[in-house]
Design a protein around this ligand. Structure first.
Ligand code: ZN
Length: 208
């Protein structure tokens, strides 16, 4: 018996696919968590389209069907947590470089919770290791050390090796325009709009 938050996505003779939405949402959109169970017991989990290695959660990818096995599988899946991105709390030296690797998003963990601005790697692992306190995957957390490296370089007076990143300029340009035309919006609203405009530009580039 499936838990109520899971819904049927597809069912054929060979496979049954179920989905549920993550409790976290990013720029207003939750992530789709999908599980497929084939009739020979093969289990596959994906989060936002990324296939997840179940062994990191000590969950077998081969289900032996029994009276309790489906219930047990869903109980085990409760330990899988979605990566919430890196919450940059450093107000003095905020993370400011955005390029083809990092995105800035507004994350709301639960309804009525305070939105937080997070940085996410484009190849985010989507899930965090068991017991993670930061709720940030190992790839997204790397932006913290990258920021620290940059600050160190600046402090040492070294010339930046990299050219200004186009994504960074574009983000800041859009933000500057938004600040002028909509000065009453909050920082989170500016960030959300900037992210959406940049994502829309990216889609156009891909389509071309
Ligand atoms: Zn991540």
């Amino acid at each position: 018996m499936k838990p109520p938050e899971w819904f049927l996505l597809d069912k054929s003779e060979s496979v049954c696919k179920l989905g549920c939405m993550s409790k976290e949402n990013f720029n207003g959109t939750p992530m789709m968590i999908e599980i497929s169970i084939s009739n020979d017991g093969i289990v596959q989990l994906s989060v936002a389209g990324k296939l997840i290695d179940l062994s990191q959660f000590y969950i077998s990818s081969k289900l032996v069907f029994s009276v309790n096995s489906i219930n047990a599988l869903f109980r085990c899946l409760k330990i899988v947590s979605v990566c919430q991105g890196y919450h940059d709390k450093n107000k003095e030296q905020p993370f400011t470089f955005f390029n083809d690797k990092y995105m800035k998003e507004v994350c709301i963990v639960q309804k009525d919770a305070e939105p937080k601005v997070v940085i996410r790697h484009i190849n985010c692992y989507k899930v965090v290791p068991i017991g993670s306190v930061s709720h940030t995957c190992k790839r997204c957390i790397k932006c913290k050390s990258r920021r620290n490296e940059r600050m160190k370089q600046k402090q040492l007076g070294k010339k930046e090796n990299e050219n200004p990143l186009p994504g960074c300029n574009q983000f800041n340009d859009i933000r500057s325009v938004l600040s002028n035309i909509a000065p009453n919006l909050t920082e989170n609203q500016h960030t959300l709009l900037c992210s959406q405009i940049m994502a829309s530009n990216l889609k156009k580039i891909v389509m071309v």
